[in-house]
Design a protein around this ligand. Structure first.
Ligand code: FAD
Length: 454
């Protein structure tokens, strides 16, 4: 603040203009609150600028290139398919810029004051922004997200040891790429670069997607291997030099570029949370209650900075809840499921759990029995449904093309307490992959149509 300047007073100050933060700001403004949204970098945060949107943009482009080169069985013979990596990057950056401008437009229309700078608490109800503004608030919502976790001995150097952000901003396709880490980020980045022609290796401390259903993962792994990705399971990195990564096993892996993707860490640097009376848990996440209030009841926190799962749609939902709670509507964050999608090949999407446990049964329907999957030569996959003794659906998993678009049905069904009958008797359009969810519900009821269970 310039000496003598009056601090800005608002009902709600939102720190962090990512998907969680801007959603909270818009919802608060809709409720008639005066709102300041403080962002130190780019509106849209990691999701729009560095993570979700860029990765899915590049995955789409890699699929076009790969399919063009591998569609002879459909009678398509494309010769000399080449990828112009600079042009690809131009498109990917253009998408983020367009979305960032869209968020700025929405903020403007909702009369949200966007402040460009980093926020630090200087009192329990005051923020200093690096642009010089001081903000006094009735309520604050912290939505500062996460940053790529570092790996000791493999420090990011911005050149050949890089994080996911840089991996999604390359203007060339490296000859070889080793990805350390085997979560969904590694699978998505590895698959896309392999399809673009890189020689990709994945170095997993245990195994690829170790927290996911093994039956789903085995389909993904065999596809990854089919497109040339080498997977080193139970592996440990020893050293990196001369474009070679040395593993504890003695294996040597070609790696012009090493991507370290070993997870995301909550980001609260430089915020002086102790001044605001906001406490962290032992992993560095901000602690919140069901209303998303921190240990300072006037301050809320949402998104990646409060813990797993670190997913954009979770942040957005929490943004709505926190804004409504701060505006006095009494909203609580009580969703039953947070669907998750891995944009692998084929995609894995899950809502709830499909683990067979006490009182929970699970049924599976294979894509090999689905008309659309046969037509499109994508029969490696399935739909699984989990249900209780009263046929109430508790989980659905789909391993399939378009799984991303199908899983919202599953989330809605579970949130509404739908039964197997509700799903089986709902007309699903034909021929679509979504029919696999209906088919598996019918099978669980003992009345399968397109698969003979014997
Ligand atoms: C490669 C990759 C792909 C992903 N794909 C998906 C996907 O397909 N679907 C999905 O749901 N999730 C995906 N995610 C996860 C998703 O990106 C995050 O869950 C999401 O971005 C979290 O949103 P957020 O609002 O909590 O934080 P962020 O989007 O990280 O936003 C936080 C913002 O706060 C700002 N900030 C931080 N500190 C301050 C400060 N002191 N003052 C002012 N501003 C500050 C930052 O600059 C940033 O813009 C992916 C992640 C990665 C790494």
């Amino acid at each position: 603040m310039v000496m003598g300047e009056v601090p800005e007073e608002v009902d709600i100050a939102v720190i962090g203009g990512g998907v969680g933060g801007y959603t909270a700001a818009i919802r608060a403004a809709e409720l008639g609150k005066s709102v300041a949204l403080i962002e130190k970098e780019k509106l849209g945060g990691h999701c729009l600028n560095y993570a979700c949107i860029p990765s899915k943009t590049l995955i789409h482009i890699s699929n076009i290139a790969y399919d063009a080169m591998h569609s002879q069985k459909f009678g398509i013979n494309a010769e000399n398919v080449t990828v112009d990596a600079r042009k690809m990057l131009e498109w990917r950056m253009g998408v983020s810029e367009k979305l960032e401008r869209g968020v700025a437009f929405l903020c403007k229309q909702n009369k949200i004051d966007v402040l460009k700078g980093a926020a630090t608490f200087i009192e329990k109800n005051r923020i200093q922004v690096t642009d010089g503004t001081e903000v006094i608030f009735k309520n604050a919502i912290i939505a500062t997200g996460s940053v790529p976790s570092a790996l000791k001995g493999m420090e990011f150097n911005g050149r050949n040891i890089i994080d996911y952000k840089q991996a999604l901003m390359m203007d060339r396709i490296p000859k070889s790429m080793a990805i350390i880490g085997a979560g969904y980020v590694s699978v998505e980045i590895g698959t896309l670069y392999a399809k673009l022609g890189s020689n990709v290796s994945i170095i997993a401390r245990s195994d690829v997607l170790s927290k996911f259903d093994r039956e789903a993962v085995s389909i993904i792994k065999s596809r990854m291997q089919g497109i040339g990705i080498k997977i080193y399971a139970n592996a440990e990195v020893k050293a990196y030099s001369g474009e070679k990564l040395m593993l504890g096993s003695g294996d040597t892996v070609d790696a012009e570029i090493v991507v370290v993707a070993v997870g995301l860490s909550p980001y609260t640097d430089g915020m002086s949370l102790d001044t605001a009376g906001v406490e962290l848990d032992n992993k560095g996440f901000i602690r919140v209650n069901e209303k998303l209030q921190t240990s300072n009841p006037d301050i809320y926190a949402i998104g990646d900075v409060i813990g797993e799962p670190m997913l954009a749609h979770k942040s957005m939902r929490q943004g709505v809840v926190a804004a409504e709670a701060a505006a006095g509507l009494g909203s609580t964050y009580n969703n039953l499921v947070i669907p998750a999608v891995i944009f692998s090949d084929p995609e894995i999407a899950i809502a709830g759990s499909v683990e067979e446990t006490n009182g929970i049964k699970v049924k599976k329907f294979p894509l090999s029995a689905l008309g659309r999957a046969i037509a499109l030569d994508s029969t490696s996959g399935f739909a699984k449904i989990a249900y209780d003794s009263e046929n109430v659906v508790t989980g659905i998993e789909v391993v399939s093309p378009d799984a991303n678009a199908m899983i919202a049905e599953a989330a809605l069904a579970i949130e509404m307490g739908a039964t197997l009958e509700d799903i089986a008797d709902t007309i699903h359009p034909h021929p679509t992959y979504s029919e696999s969810i209906k088919e598996v519900a019918e099978a669980a009821l003992g009345r399968p149509i397109h698969f003979f269970y014997g």
